[in-house]
Design a protein. Sequence first.
Length: 350
Amino acid sequence: MLMGQNVIISDLFRRDLAAAISECEHDRTFVLVDETTRVKCWERIKDCFSLKGARLVTVGATDSCKTVETLIEVWKALQEGGATRHSLLVNLGGGMVTDLGGFAASTFKRGINFINVPTTLLAMVDASVGGKTGVNFGGLKNEIGVFSDASFVLLDTGWLKTLDEENIRSGYAEMLKHGLIADEAMWAELADFDLAQPDLAQLSTMIGKSVRVKERIVEEDPHETGIRKALNLGHTFGHAFEAWSLKRKPVLHGYAVAFGLMAELYLSAALKGFPADRLRQTVGFIRAYYGSLPFTCNDYPELIELMHHDKKNRGNEINVTLLAGIGDVRIDQTVSEEEVREALDFVREG
């Protein structure tokens, strides 16, 4: 099923991949994988006729590899493989692969076509859709990057069978965010879902709804000048938690976002009148499935400093997205360091 921005929810992957590749200019085809998806995913599709003769490019796994150094490795592999302005890169993997691969494709020879094949729930509902590409730099998330749409995004929920429980939950946090910025019905379905024993058929339907929320917002505001900032809910705190964790015991992006949602919903209730019962229900869901983040008051200065470096800020203010209610989004909200500390207290103790 074709959605906007050439996003295909696939029920027959090989057919849909072949169709997508045929629509793209490709004198040579390259496939980017990481060390995990090379084993779990590439082995399942490497015999696809549409990928015959494709050159495989493998990079290290996990977000710690989403660096300029790894980007250079990809550029070198494309160059040494004879890639031209008319070549095609297929990004097969999670958000790290689609972010990195999209940026590599968008900058090599001033831009070649690329197709995203997200293999994690997080990449399906977030990283692979919407045109954001980039790498981490200087200890900050996605500090260097460009907006560039994939020629196609192929969503095949069959890949979810390759994921462990943690990665399902990581992606689900972004879906929960989409429900919070969408409407009561979508939020209620998400808040009532059994993440301990997920029904993959039901989850597949919910993924379609989640992607539609993101697509609708991105189409209205492709370069994040206005309403697209709704998608940043939970991310000012979330990116700080994630960057903080990289120096200790790294947490998955979605877990950091889940804790970020707790903080920003607390501020939403305190500053914008977000309903207390919806706050309790959402926080209860996050506590049940994501646990807690082991930071202390001593970590507050570092977390606040990381928030000051967030790309969404203007001047030296900390900028967040808040909610006055489910679906009632308030973008470009500045908060004081004291309010940030209160929210951190809530995440730590609430």
